[in-house]
Design a protein around this ligand. Structure first.
Ligand code: GLP
Length: 261
């Protein structure tokens, strides 16, 4: 796991965008895994900026979102499929039909989960998956206690996650759906490169557990320790509980210039 501690969100956005930029340059038809939430917003802004400047094209790319609320109508502004359109995909040249998400309105949710797995596999798997992390260490919507081998399925959100996400529902926690369809931890682990972004002191304990704690379903993000290519982009506040912070800083400072993330 490569842990990169950067001074601010601006530099996190640049390093993350460099990774996606390099991927699209060598593989224009790359499959991107997109996360919702506030953590990747700076990265998405930077990608939009580079696209507007003619530096990067997504025309041949495909994208898969991590998760979706159950029961939100297709036109609901908080549905992740619409969130990702507003934040990124409608602002670059990726085809709308090339952006996929789990169907949270499906009558048969188990079948919708299996169908999503099939669609990801048919696309050849995810090349680069962007991730955030919940304050309780959840990845996508894999709450504590999730199977470390899980696939796309129905999950019940914790009260904490519903409270955290009420800001996307005009502050009304009761409007936040109780269920979601989410890629499983086993699904996420199959992406070829994972890029996780975390900022702010509220994430410091979850980041410490993820990087330096024992692998456990209590902290679902610890499963990333089993992946061969993970890049963790942090601001100093999110890195503030890391025991080996100085080592991570030294490693980044001496990274060979030819080696991207
Ligand atoms: C949500 C999403 C996750 C996201 C997490 C953190 O519950 N399902 O994919 O990583 O919250 O969100 P934020 O980046 O806003 O802190």
């Amino acid at each position: 796991m490569e842990v990169v501690i950067l001074p601010d969100e601006r530099q996190i956005a640049e390093v993350g965008a460099d990774g996606i930029h390099a991927l699209l340059a060598r593989k224009p038809a790359a499959v991107l895994g997109l996360a919702t939430g506030s953590s990747p917003l700076g990265l998405y802004e930077e990608l939009v900026r580079r696209h507007a400047a003619g530096q990067v094209t997504f025309a041949a790319a495909q994208a898969f979102t991590l998760d979706e609320y159950v029961g939100l109508p297709a036109d609901h502004p908080a549905a992740y499929r619409n969130v990702i359109r507003r934040e990124l995909t409608d602002r670059v040249d990726i085809a709308d039909g090339a952006v996929h998400g789990p169907d949270g309105m499906a009558e048969d949710l188990a079948a919708a989960g299996a169908d999503y797995e099939r669609r990801i596999a048919e696309a050849g798997g995810v090349d680069l998956q962007i991730l955030g992390i919940g304050t309780d260490g959840h990845l996508a919507f894999n709450e504590p206690g999730s199977s470390l081998a899980s696939r796309t399925r129905l999950k019940t959100l914790t009260d904490q996650t519903r409270a955290d996400n009420a800001r996307f529902f005009d502050g009304d926690e009761s409007a936040v759906p109780r269920h979601c369809l989410t890629q499983g931890l086993g699904t996420i682990l199959e992406a070829r490169h994972l890029v996780l972004i975390a900022t702010g002191r509220g994430k410091a304990e979850a980041v410490h557990q993820m990087v330096e704690g024992a692998i456990s379903a209590m902290w679902p993000a610890t499963i990333l320790q089993l992946h061969p290519h993970v890049t963790v982009l942090l601001d100093p506040a999110a890195a503030s509980r890391l025991q080996l912070a100085e080592y991570y800083r030294t490693t980044w400072a001496h990274k060979p210039s030819w080696q991207g993330i």
